[in-house]
Design a protein around this ligand. Structure first.
Ligand code: NAI
Length: 716
């Protein structure tokens, strides 16, 4: 668990959790770590302590199960206060303690280092250092909100704490998170030892010795860059609070608590500051938001990443060669992520020139990575050498998987399917990256429809983590298994859904834009609509995102749906608006610099001034809360329908997919967890009220009503 060794009168304490996949802080490791540090402190022959790890990572973070176990505020407070005591003991032991950061040190792992007197990191660009707790609704409760700002100042530390940024060692050095870099493991230990020898009486700058020689926190410690109450400090907090409100819209309690911890804690001694942090941490870890975010963003996403949806009894395939048809925006992106993951890639387009243009996308991204120091020139060349740009379908031979990303045209897709299959073995899987065309229909062009599947990537492919895997009527379990093996290999998150118009993610996302546009047609002020979208926690306003998608594309999908389903969508409130924008006004969105917004050359975009003429703002406006509700409930009700229709088959995939695909607000836990967040009985009541006011699209389903009667949510 914790290795203990003495070298040259220096104790080397190394995390080495043999029975866990990674070094983490949990009850056992904290206990063993406490025993080890105490032993070194008490041993009068020990001059100093080095804290390091014998595994690849330093310490990856705190075990979330440990945090979730606390059922009450008191238990949470006690747990975190105990951790503070363990860290404080070696921080105030009067012997020099150095963190030799040999691998990733995040969250609680980096807080171990913060309590040391000096930090040296191995300069490996893959190592990550930082305090990312806020990303799962928590905050650094192991002293992070107290020690980091005391060390580097409030102005520099607040963005790191509030955004949960992870830095590589070079950046960490620049930001002051570590004091020095080492270039080999040997040098790391050597430098740590030397520092100990040169600093036999180490003390944190925020500590001093009292008359009896005990280490105590300095009441009026001078924070680098100015104290909280200094003019600069006040400015930082005023600007920071406004920025935070803009970003979180008051939906996230954790970042708010970080501000409070830093503000309150830095005005008192470190001991009192830690007590303030413990109090806030206990409260935050009990919030619905933290629990939702941990459940979905950590546990559910972790399960999805491990391939929870994979058919169990099919042996894993090591996908080695992937063919990509169409080197446009999507194909080029898929080629890049596949090559980076080590796959051999054939990137085919109609001409070698177009295919090379697609490969340029990888060249450009890799150049940026090279400049950032993430890759060496040699590594860049190795990745590029994996991509063969071609116009010849014969090069697809030997592919385990072929993904088509040609134009969204059924006949063309049928043609490239057949062209590719001529060179593929019986076992090879053919996938379509279509965004709208049902997979079962596309599979008709295939000789082996059981090997045909949908792999729906999102743009930009290198940044968007989700891949929506769509099964057609005849898709085999083997095709699903291989697709998940591939998605895991390119380090993305797979969800598996059944074939349906718009599949799962596009179908529900469509209700966000549709509800926003419907509100516009009713005379609701466009700025209120956009504020409601963002206020509800969506990343972008509903009209804004419609412009980004392109109104002519939306119109095309409406028309196709009308044709295929025999229903008149262009007669709906939002359909009429979209039709008007495309056919009458010729405003198709961002790509043409005119849509619901206007995009002046040297100024930020703004809502189009002509909107008021075409959609006069009604005298009576709903409250912001009401508009937010419409936006969220509409998406949630559509998700429930997808779930009941077995399009999305489990709560995990529904939640994870909603957050990763279209940015459904994470604080809710996702589009199904939202019901539990509100409480199912309240949700049904509110949905009924919305249905009575705005139409049947808000009416809860019969099954949802039954669940409400039994008081049973999606998580029991
Ligand atoms: P694009 O227009 O950027 O690229 C299409 C590429 O296919 C072009 O380079 C074209 O030359 C090539 N192509 C045409 N015929 C071909 C053939 N016979 N053989 C090989 N290549 C051929 O299109 P984009 O945006 O990359 O979309 C591709 C597919 O991905 C479409 O089905 C689209 O619906 C889907 N999709 C698009 C998303 C987006 O955000 N753009 C998101 C998810 C899916």
């Amino acid at each position: 668990m914790i290795d203990y060794q003495i070298q040259d009168q220096i104790a080397i304490i190394a995390f080495n959790m043999e029975n866990a996949p990674m070094n983490v802080l949990n009850e056992e490791s904290i206990k063993a770590f406490d025993e080890a540090t105490s032993k070194a402190i008490e041993d009068s022959n020990v001059k100093g302590i080095i804290i390091t790890s014998h595994k690849k990572e330093f310490v990856a973070g705190a075990d979330l199960n440990m945090l979730l176990k606390n059922a009450t505020l008191e238990q949470g407070y006690e747990m975190i206060s105990h951790l503070h005591k363990v860290f404080r003991k070696y921080e105030a032991c009067k012997k020099p303690v150095v963190a030799a950061i040999n691998g990733t040190a995040l969250g609680g792992g980096y807080e171990v280092c913060l309590a040391c007197h000096y930090r040296i990191a191995l300069n490996d660009p893959k190592i990550q250092i930082g305090l990312p707790e806020v990303l799962i609704g928590l905050f650094p409760g192991g002293g992070g909100t107290q020690r980091l700002p005391r060390m580097i100042g409030t102005e520099k530390s607040l963005p790191l704490l509030l955004e949960g940024r992870k830095l590589n060692p070079e950046k960490a050095l620049k930001e002051g998170l570590v004091n020095e870099l080492a270039y080999s493991k040997e040098e790391l230990l050597e430098k740590a030892k030397n520092w100990i020898l040169a600093n036999p009486r180490a003390l944190q700058p925020w500590d001093e010795l009292d008359k009896k020689g005990n280490v105590v926190g300095v009441q009026s410690y001078k924070v680098p860059g100015g104290n909280v109450q200094s003019p600069k400090g006040v400015q930082t907090f005023i600007a920071g609070t406004a920025l935070l409100q803009g970003k979180t819209q008051g939906n996230y309690p954790a970042p708010q608590a970080i501000m409070e911890c830093v503000y309150e804690g830095l005005q008192v001694s470190i001991e009192h500051g830690l007590a303030i942090e413990a109090k806030h941490f206990a409260r935050i870890s009990q919030t619905k938001e933290a629990k939702n975010m941990i459940r979905t963003l950590f546990f559910a996403m972790g399960e999805a990443n491990k391939g929870a949806a994979r058919p169990k009894d099919i042996p894993a395939t090591d996908v080695k060669k992937v063919g990509i048809l169409g080197a446009g925006m999507m194909g080029a992106g898929i080629a890049y992520v596949s090559a980076v993951a080590g796959l051999e890639v054939v990137l085919k387009d109609v001409s070698l020139e177009s295919a090379e243009k697609g490969k340029d996308y990888s060249r450009n991204l890799l150049k940026k990575e090279l400049e950032k120091g993430k890759y060496t020139q040699e590594q860049v060349e190795t990745v590029l050498a994996r991509i063969k740009a071609t116009a010849d379908a014969k090069d697809l031979e030997g592919s385990d998987l072929v993904i088509e990303a040609v134009f969204e045209n059924r006949d063309l897709k049928a043609q490239v399917t057949q062209e590719a299959e001529a060179f593929l073995t019986e076992k090879a899987i053919f996938a379509s990256n279509t965004s709208t065309l049902p997979i079962t229909g596309l599979a008709e062009a295939s000789k082996r429809p059981e090997n045909f599947i949908g792999l729906h990537f999102f743009s930009p492919v290198d940044k968007m983590m989700l891949v929506e895997i769509i099964t057609g009527k005849q898709t085999s379990a083997y095709a699903i298994a291989l697709s998940i093996d591939y998605v895991k290999k390119i380090k993305k998150t797979p969800i598996v859904v059944n074939d349906s118009r718009g599949f799962y993610t596009s179908r529900v996302f469509g209700t966000y834009t549709s509800e926003s546009i419907t509100m516009l047609s009713e005379g609701i002020s466009p700025s209120l609509i956009e504020a409601a979208g963002k206020g509800a926690g969506m990343p972008v306003g509903g009209l804004d995102v419609s412009d980004a998608v392109a109104l002519d594309l939306m119109y095309k999908i409406y028309l196709q749906t009308e044709k295929d389903m025999g229903i008149k969508i262009t007669d709906t409130a939002d359909g009429k608006v979209v039709k008007k924008f495309v056919e009458e006004l010729g405003r198709v969105g961002k790509k043409d610099k005119k849509g619901f917004y206007e995009y002046p050359e040297d100024e930020p975009k703004r809502l189009w001034s002509g909107l008021a003429e075409h959609f006069p703002v009604a005298k009576e406006q709903p409250s912001l809360e009401e508009a937010k509700k419409r936006i969220l409930y509409r998406q949630v009700l559509e998700t429930i329908k997808c779930f009941e229709e077995n399009v999305v088959t489990n709560v995990r995939d529904a939640d994870v997919g909603s957050i990763l695909a279209w940015g459904f607000p994470p604080y809710t836990g996702g589009a199904l967890s939202f019901v539990d967040y509100i409480g199912i009985e309240n949700f049904v009541k509110e949905a009924d009220r919305l249905a009575d006011t705005y139409g049947e699209r808000f009416r809860p389903t019969a099954r949802l009503r039954e669940m409400a009667q039994k008081k049973q949510g999606f998580h029991g």
